[in-house]
Design a protein around this ligand. Structure first.
Ligand SMILES: Cc1cc2nc3c(=O)[nH]c(=O)nc-3n(C[C@H](O)[C@H](O)[C@H](O)COP(=O)(O)O)c2cc1C
Length: 418
């Protein structure tokens, strides 16, 4: 926990950026209003954020606000303290990354030309010289963005190794992309790449089982847990494929995603992937329906014609039972959600899954109690492995739980080598 009360949110959403120092440079675009939110979101992932405001930016957003938002002094001009060196120079305490968001046409042009006459451009010049990674998020009217020299300058930044996040073109403006995408780009750049050279297949979300062409049986899975795991694996360098049911959770950008609806389609997609590619890890996080109607109606059932109907259900095939048969080398991580059991009973049932499916790890959680699991932003799980050890991951945001789970997979499932 930080000693500074202004920093009490650090790490509240995850620890992906814990121990990381980020210099947030803000330039004179109205999108500077987004800067406090960008800073706070980076802090929620654990980062310590140091604001630098150009003179024009200070006229649009108050340095005091940025000081409050970050808990650190806002640099509005360079002084005898040589703030550019403190933030991005050749010494151990420098920043891990410089983020320029929003970036004006002016600042982009100056950096592209090596001009260095503001606090922001001096920080950028220093970072380029030191090799500190820089991410730039441009914002301007579309007419400015279309200017061939501005576009040329953006290409120039890219050729210098700077990551430029394409703006979203809306209402005649090239607006800074959403805060969540900026944070995602920062995490991707800074996160450990301990899964490079490995591949993950993850299933997520519920399935739909048709009663008739318009009615379905489903469950309340939101898909958030599986999407968070796929994101975490991809960020850490794994080649990741997500098989996603009709979930509330948005499909993640930049991850190969196969959309399916029914348990049968989920099974076929898993089979195709495992037969077609070598996956190091399969995380079965989807809440696949346990039952489906034996013979769905071909046309819509009408209540006037059938005031009472009986639907016969049959158990669906267990996807996890298939995994080791097709791909014995793949590490199988199976989720087990249950209701109304004690922790001991839940762990006991998980051990049975280890035996029946050959899983390497079972991630067990209680659903429907205390607001965790299905449909919730949070989860609390037990990891039960083949050696009989049980690890408790305390209640936390699903993104944070995903981080702990992937740490466990890396540390205990020996993905690389013998
Ligand atoms: C209200 C207002 C909004 C502005 N918005 C933008 C903008 O979105 N993008 C941009 O490139 N310039 C914008 N400008 C112009 C820049 O502030 C101007 O080019 C300034 O010199 C940029 O300096 P800086 O890059 O050092 O912050 C805006 C100016 C004003 C007064």
């Amino acid at each position: 926990m930080s000693q500074n009360p202004l920093k009490d949110i650090m790490g509240s959403l995850g620890r992906e950026l814990t121990g990381r120092k980020i210099t947030l440079c803000i330039t004179g675009s109205v999108a500077a209003v987004q800067a406090p939110e960008i800073a706070r979101e980076l802090m929620r992932r654990g980062a310590d954020v140091y604001p630098v405001l150009s003179k024009s930016a200070s006229e649009l957003v108050s340095p005091k606000l940025m000081e409050w938002a970050t808990g650190n002094r806002a640099v509005v001009e360079l002084t005898g303290q040589a703030e550019h060196i403190q933030l991005a120079g050749e010494w151990p305490e420098r920043s891990d990354l410089v983020l320029i968001a929003p970036a004006t046409a002016n600042t982009i042009g100056k950096i592209a030309s090596g001009i260095d006459d503001t606090n922001v451009t001096t920080v950028a010049t220093t970072a380029l010289g030191t090799g500190v990674p820089i991410i730039v998020a441009p914002a301007m009217h579309y007419s400015m963005y279309r200017h061939p020299v501005v576009l040329e300058n953006i290409s120039k930044l890219r050729s210098l190794g700077i990551e430029v996040l394409d703006p979203q073109i809306v209402e005649g403006k090239a607006k800074v992309i959403q805060t969540s995408e900026i944070v995602e780009a920062v995490m991707k750049k800074l996160q450990r790449k301990d899964l490079e050279g490995t591949s993950f297949l993850v299933t997520a979300g519920p399935t739909l089982e048709y009663i008739d062409p318009v009615r379905v049986i489903t469950n309340r899975s939101s898909g958030r847990m599986g999407v968070a795991i796929a994101r975490e694996a991809a960020r850490r360098g794994a080649e990741t494929t997500l098989i996603l049911g009709p979930a509330e959770a948005e499909p993640p950008t930049g991850i190969r995603t196969i959309r399916i609806e029914t348990s049968e389609q989920m099974l076929e997609a898993v089979r195709r992937e495992l037969e077609g590619e070598r996956y190091d890890v399969f995380v079965a996080c989807a809440a696949v329906a346990d039952y489906r109607p034996t013979s769905p109606y071909k046309t819509k059932i009408r209540t006037v014609e059938a005031p009472v109907i009986e639907i016969k259900l049959q158990a669906t095939p267990k996807i996890i039972d298939l995994v080791k048969k097709i791909s014995p080398e793949t590490r199988l991580v199976a989720f087990k959600a249950d209701y109304g059991l004690s922790n001991e009973e839940l762990i006991q049932r998980s051990r049975q899954i280890l035996d029946s499916s050959g899983a390497d790890l079972v991630v067990a959680n209680h659903v429907g109690v205390g607001g965790v699991g299905f449909g919730s932003e949070e989860n609390e799980v037990f990891l039960i492995d083949r050696r009989g050890s049980v690890t408790h991951i305390e209640r936390a945001r699903k993104e944070a739980v995903a981080g702990h789970l992937v740490d466990y997979i890396v540390d205990h499932l020996r993905l690389k080598g013998p």
